[in-house]
Design a protein around this ligand. Structure first.
Ligand code: NAD
Length: 242
């Protein structure tokens, strides 16, 4: 049996699938990841990206932060690819209980997934740091450079988790609950090096652990099936059999 047939069999036998996703799930939508050879960490900026997208950098260098953020982290024209769509299809068929994502691009939701745990937040929500007024992505992109609140004039901050910031408790507990209830966990498009999110996969106690990733991950050795390839290409060969 080839890997796609093995994967199909695992999906057919599973009824509480959870997808744990990272930036690699959106590269086929044209959004660069961080750690691939053409990812953001291998391009040259004035400061290393992990420094720019930190809480202290946002506080001290908000102009530089927004230059990088608007240019490199936000892709308003990106659309869900075959991977996002297949995951949504599994949920609609009653076979997937959640998507736990480290991505901030919101594409799982656009694809139609309902139970999405965005553990690093989303570019689609933005709040004034003083009066907490909500702003959409379009509103902050329409403002030149640093977006300031129309009501109180304070800086608006994207609701994404920056380095040095904690994760939202409710989102984390929902994500961990979903993973611990899953009968099949699919880890995909992630280097599994960003903690604490990467540690959530350790709560899996179900039957099938699957990794679909371009490069090797620390979960490969414990997985029941490892598919090294592009997740959109892989999942487009899979049928959702209820
Ligand atoms: P990462 O860049 O560290 O790792 C991406 C992984 O995906 C790599 O192992 C790579 O081999 C694999 N990959 C790339 N394209 C793939 C494809 N088409 N199919 C299968 N695998 C593929 O990403 P990470 O582990 O998610 O950590 C980066 C952090 O940066 C995350 O916390 C996330 O919040 C953030 N980030 C988000 C986005 C986004 O929202 N789209 C983009 C870049 C970074």
């Amino acid at each position: 049996m080839d890997k796609i047939e093995q994967l199909q069999k695992i999906f057919d036998e599973s009824n509480r699938i959870v997808f744990f996703t990272g930036a690699g799930v959106s590269t086929e939508s044209g959004i660069p990841d961080f750690r691939s050879v053409d990812g953001l960490y291998n391009q040259k900026y004035r400061y290393p990206p992990e420094r720019i997208i930190s809480h202290s950098f946002f506080r001290d260098n908000v102009e530089e932060f927004y230059r990088f953020y608007k240019d490199r982290m936000v892709y308003p024209l990106a659309r869900p690819n075959a991977a996002h769509k297949k995951m949504a299809e599994f949920e609609a068929a009653g076979k997937c209980i959640g998507v736990v994502t480290q991505n901030i691009d919101g594409l799982h939701t656009v694809a139609g997934s309902k139970n999405v745990y965005e553990v690093h937040g989303t570019i689609n929500k933005n709040y004034c740091t003083k009066c907490h007024r909500f702003y959409s992505l379009d509103e902050i992109m329409a403002k030149d450079g640093v977006p300031y609140c129309d009501d109180c004039g304070a800086v608006i901050k994207p609701d994404v988790v920056l380095y040095e910031e904690g994760l939202d408790d409710l989102t984390v507990s929902g994500a961990i609950r979903a993973i611990s209830q899953a009968d099949c966990l699919v880890i995909t498009g992630t280097s599994l090096v960003v903690y604490p999110a990467a540690g959530f996969v350790n709560y899996f106690n179900g039957k099938y652990l699957v990794v679909i990733n371009l490069s090797s991950t620390s979960s490969d050795s414990s997985a029941d099936l490892v598919v090294h390839g592009k997740v959109g290409e892989v999942l487009s060969q899979i049928k959702v059999n209820a």
